[in-house]
Design a protein around this ligand. Structure first.
Ligand SMILES: *Cc1c(COP(=O)(O)O)cnc(C)c1O
Length: 356
């Protein structure tokens, strides 16, 4: 039986992505060669990376003047590449979780960092509101979805400076007004592809304004100029990303996907809200992530948490144990997760509650 995969990342991919990647590992583009053994400079692979970049632009409605890059190093590499290329004097960051915190730490190596708000003292159970972003900041950086804590900022923030966002765990789940951004980045292993590639969308004219020397590999202009082939790019994850993007287009694009994502999250949050046994960890429902749903057992039932994980595992659920810094449960409902899996989890919760 295929499992219900609620892992937070690496995470579920569409069957379309996995099947086409498996086929290409055996015979890529009818070359009589595996995807694993071809040159990244072959015309067949060039077609893959070109189509993937074009589909990113089409699906996210990326305006003229932006480049799509496929880089190594994970989203974590972007924590330093962003300030290297964009932070001249001062940048504004909001501290909404572990990943945001890590991005802030790196930015401090490059200039002043104004942390405009933080929910660290409340274990990141909410998104701070009413903060002020200074108009003289070089950019405002935020993490759109806090994968570990289950909070999400689902609107492009309205602030007086350019935006930069880590969208690793919710990219392709809502329309984005890309024109407000100087850069958007996302590690692939949540909503796009196997681990190994990071998608970066960068505004060309925002680059080239730093006085500092930037190492060649960490300078976005290198990768723009070389079409993400300054060095060998992660061939297999890029091929898989193309499959996922084609699949997203078949589903009807981002607005269609968003509708399905909202439905899936709605089903699970309703079940949590209507339960005596389970309760959500995010304090304000407006901050709830539609990608990662975090919940725990109420104090009365707390000691049954481990038993519930076992109960769910026996029914084919995987990956529902919460991150160690939150505890309880986390169900990740990424784009590729079918609604049937959400229904199966809800069934499982109801059955367990009835049993106790
Ligand atoms: C997973 C994740 C990261 C880390 O990504 P790596 O590719 O492992 O560096 C960063 N930010 C967010 C929001 C994430 O979910």
């Amino acid at each position: 039986m295929k499992k219900h995969n609620f892992y937070a990342g690496p995470s579920i991919l569409s069957e379309y992505t996995i099947k086409n990647t498996a086929d290409a590992v055996l015979n890529f583009a009818d070359m009589g060669l595996s995807l694993l053994e071809i040159s990244h400079r072959s015309k067949q692979f060039q077609a893959v990376i070109d189509e993937a970049s074009a589909l990113v632009k089409e699906l996210l409605e990326v305006p003229e003047g932006y480049s799509v890059l496929w880089l190594g190093g994970g989203a974590s590499m972007q924590f330093c590449m962003i300030p290297y290329n964009f932070l001249a004097k001062k940048a504004a960051y909001i501290d909404t979780g572990t990943w945001a915190h890590n991005a802030i730490k790196e930015a401090r190596l490059f200039g002043d960092v104004d942390v405009v708000a933080s929910s660290a003292d409340a274990n990141y159970t909410f998104i701070p509101k009413g903060f002020t972003v200074p108009a003289d900041a070089d950019y405002f950086h935020y993490t759109s979805n806090n994968t570990i804590y289950g909070t999400e900022i689902r609107q492009d923030p309205d602030v007086p400076v350019r935006l930069i966002a880590d969208m690793s765990s919710d990219i392709f789940s809502r329309p984005i007004d890309v024109a407000k951004y100087d850069a958007i980045y996302a590690g692939a292993q949540k909503n796009l592809a196997p681990a190994g590639v990071t998608l970066v969308i960068v505004r060309d004219e925002a680059l080239g304004h730093m006085e500092r020397a930037i190492p060649t590999m960490l300078d976005y202009r290198t990768h723009i100029k070389k079409g993400s082939m300054f060095n060998t790019p992660p061939v297999l994850p890029i091929f898989s990303a193309l499959q996922t993007l084609k699949y997203y287009k078949q589903l009807g694009g981002i607005r269609a996907i968003e509708k399905i994502d909202l439905e899936k999250a709605g089903i699970l949050y309703d079940a949590i809200d209507n339960s005596k046994m389970f309760t959500g960890t995010v304090t304000d429902p407006a901050d709830r992530s539609i990608m990662n749903v975090c919940f725990v057992m109420t104090p009365e039932y707390k000691e049954l948490e481990a038993e519930f994980v076992e109960f769910a595992t026996a029914r084919g659920m995987v990956g529902i144990k919460g991150h160690r810094s939150v505890g309880g449960f986390r169900a990740s409902l990424y784009n590729a997760l079918p609604v049937e899996s959400v229904r199966a989890l809800v069934e499982c919760m109801k059955e367990f509650e009835a049993k106790h």
